[in-house]
Ligand binder design. Structure first.
Ligand code: ADE
Length: 246
């Protein structure tokens, strides 16, 4: 998979993309990530990329030309067709299901907006998938782009070791009706810490009992912490409209 990120602030990506799981995935060539400075495509003699909004109002608006030319030029760098994604609080809210769909693409081009916004005409022309990482506003699309890249790359086969497989994560485990569940609690040594013992069943060696206990923990946690997930519509392929647990 290849991911291109277009931004006005490339240094914001240096640390996160080179450390930990992201860094290892890139080194192992499981994912190719390129960061591009939109300013490099400005045709203005001062490399201008933004201007004041027509109609007045605060802040600056990103201009059409540099972003448009940047996206087209970057897409030409590789023959694989790219899904364009614009990070914006006006976009579709990210879910694990959305992340799984994006992870199945061969190529993504992420656009990190900044300032008060982007000229609407270039958004209409590029027609990206507009994605929000949540109902709050950040200063730009850089951190949301990093959030998306992290969530996507950890789903690429080989990026996580077997021992921390993504299939066991919150939202990836589903109940019998296809509803996502939060993660089960985890414990490690020592068996007793600060007066609290590890749940007995985890020490039993009974894999069936452990699996049943973990499933019940997931159901109970999701019900108490995220009742919205328990009452939401089941996924279309779940085959039933009930939210019963199995
Ligand atoms: N840019 C600013 N806030 C954002 C958000 N919540 N999601 C995606 N992009 C953003």
């Amino acid at each position: 998979m290849r991911i291109d990120i277009l931004t006005l602030f490339p240094p914001m990506f240096d640390g996160p993309l080179n450390a930990s799981i992201q860094g290892r995935a890139r080194e192992a060539k499981l994912v190719e990530i390129h960061v591009h400075d939109i300013r490099d495509w400005s045709t203005d003699k001062h490399n201008k990329v933004d201007d004041r909004p027509f109609g007045g109002g605060p802040g600056m608006v990103m201009m059409c030309q540099p972003l448009h030319d940047a996206v087209l030029a970057v897409e030409k760098m590789d023959p694989r067709p790219a899904q364009r994604i614009l990070l914006t609080p006006q976009g579709e809210r990210t879910t694990q299901t959305m992340v799984e769909t994006l992870a199945s693409h061969e190529r993504l081009v992420l656009i990190a907006g900044h300032y008060e916004g982007i000229d609407e005409r270039v958004i209409e022309e590029l027609a990206p998938l507009e994605v929000s990482i949540g109902d709050y506003v950040l200063s730009g699309g850089e951190l949301p782009a990093l959030v998306l890249v992290d969530a996507i790359t950890r789903l690429i086969p080989g990026v996580l070791g077997h021992e921390d497989s993504a299939a066991e994560d919150s939202f990836s485990v589903k109940d019998g009706t296809g509803q996502p569940l939060l993660d089960t609690p985890h414990y490690t040594r020592p068996r007793e810490w600060n007066g609290t013992e590890v749940p007995e069943v985890l020490l039993s060696g009974d894999h069936g009992a452990i699996a049943r206990w973990r499933h019940q923990q997931r159901v109970d946690r999701t019900t108490t912490r995220r009742p919205d997930l328990r009452h939401s519509q089941p996924t279309p392929d779940s085959g039933t409209s009930s939210t019963q647990d199995v």
